[in-house]
Design a protein around this ligand. Structure first.
Ligand SMILES: C[S@@+](CC[C@H](N)C(=O)[O-])C[C@H]1O[C@@H](n2cnc3c(N)ncnc32)[C@H](O)[C@@H]1O
Ligand SMILES: [Zn+2]
Length: 375
């Protein structure tokens, strides 16, 4: 089946042949990842200004090669890799069919990375990216782009799997998309540190089906030490929903009772990343590099605008859940956030959902400042 994406024509397998979930024999293709790919193209454009040296791009898990073809269209020198020979045939056809001379290699990505360095490496697996993280951080010069689709293990819904994959304890909370992102970032940043490399997230976004993050690398051990200092733990109360965080590789104290309401239904998650999950200014530059002919232009624009304005401290609240807790009807997000601003607090929308917001205050303070009136 021929599709058009980003102004290019690509041959992909049909969803009816199991292409969207990796079942069946056909080469994977998921049209709903177009937003992810459009943002990747805008990141590649923005990254050219940030690091003009970056030239080579490894589409490490290429499937149809659609990411590689789109990167080649931006002037990058592209290598596609996949362990599926049909995928590599298709990636070759798609590169050549669009007039690009990038190479396509039928090989395990860990072996490809063992043999050579790339400036930008894009890891886009089924499920967890962790089996590829060591090779990626050891052999990438500038930027590692990562998708993880195993959101249930990451956010603590499948906790044992999350512990196994990420060497961390995820907890299922009302801010599960951010829990997933911070668990993933914690594991990736610890992996990079093994190679004396600091990995800094310059852009991240989460949807129900996947987490996507872009990590810029710095090969100074002192910078890796500084990254490690931004790991820590989140203590969460399942009754009053208050949450606190602390930095460090071990929790100093795991509270048996919530310090806010004395409940014994407390959870501790970590180690996870407590630092910024994106650079606001970079999100703005990426947004300026979206083009109107992109299929997801409007959605991507809105998403990046929200990320640009998002307060970057852990963790987001869900306005509907708070209103439920307070026993009041929810008002509009604009009204709610304005009330917080009027009371003198920092507050922003958060990209995790339409009712997600950030405010570095406790729920009690937020309630006093912005809880809507009872009916
Ligand atoms: C989710 S798909 C990639 C989708 C593609 N990047 C896109 O945007 O449409 C994952 C691909 O990784 C390939 N793969 C799985 N394990 C691999 C490995 N160890 N090395 C290289 N490719 C691998 C699979 O064959 C599959 O084609
Ligand atoms: Zn509590």
């Amino acid at each position: 089946m021929r599709i058009a994406e980003g102004g290019l024509e690509i041959t992909v397998a049909d969803a009816r042949d199991g292409a969207q979930d990796g079942s069946g024999d056909s080469v994977f293709f998921n049209p709903t990842q177009e937003l992810n790919r459009d943002i990747t193209v805008a990141v590649l454009r923005a990254y050219r200004d940030r690091e003009p040296r970056a030239e080579t791009y490894l589409d490490a898990m290429a499937a149809s090669g659609i990411r590689g073809v789109r990167a080649a269209n931006e002037g990058y020198s592209v290598t596609c890799a996949d362990i599926d020979v049909d995928a590599i045939d298709l990636a070759k056809e798609n590169l050549a069919g669009n007039g690009f001379d990038g190479e396509a290699i039928h090989r395990d990505v860990n072996a490809v990375l063992h043999d050579g360095y790339y400036d930008i490496v894009d890891i886009d697996p089924f499920g967890t990216p962790m089996p590829f993280a060591d090779a990626a951080f050891a052999n990438t010069r500038d930027l590692v782009c990562v998708t993880a689709t195993d959101t249930a293990p990451l956010c603590g819904a499948h906790q044992k799997s999350g512990i196994r994959k990420y060497s961390s304890l995820p907890q299922n909370t009302d801010y599960h998309p951010e829990m997933g992102l911070r668990i993933l970032l914690g594991a990736l940043i610890r992996t990079a540190a093994r190679y004396d490399t600091a990995a800094t997230p310059i852009l991240s976004h989460v949807s129900r089906h996947y987490v996507r993050t872009y990590l810029e690398l710095d090969n100074r051990a002192t910078r890796a030490d500084r990254a490690i200092e931004q790991l820590g733990f989140i203590h969460h109360c399942e009754d009053c929903l208050e949450r606190d965080h602390e930095y460090g590789l071990f929790p100093q104290s795991v509270p048996e009772h919530c310090p806010h309401c004395d409940s014994n239904r407390t959870l501790t998650a970590g180690p996870l990343w407590l630092g910024p999950t994106a650079e606001a200014a970079f999100a703005g530059v990426v947004r300026s590099h979206l083009s109107e002919e992109m299929g997801t232009y409007k959605r991507a624009h809105r998403l990046l605008e929200t990320i640009e304005g998002e307060i970057n401290t852990p963790t987001h609240y869900d306005q509907h859940k708070l209103c439920e807790l307070w026993g009041v009807p929810a008002n509009s997000m604009d009204e709610f956030i304005s009330a917080l601003h009027d009371a003198g607090y920092d507050a922003s929308n958060a990209h995790y959902s339409g009712t997600a917001f950030k405010c570095p205050e406790t729920i009690k303070t937020i309630e006093a400042a912005a809880a809507p009136e009872k009916d």
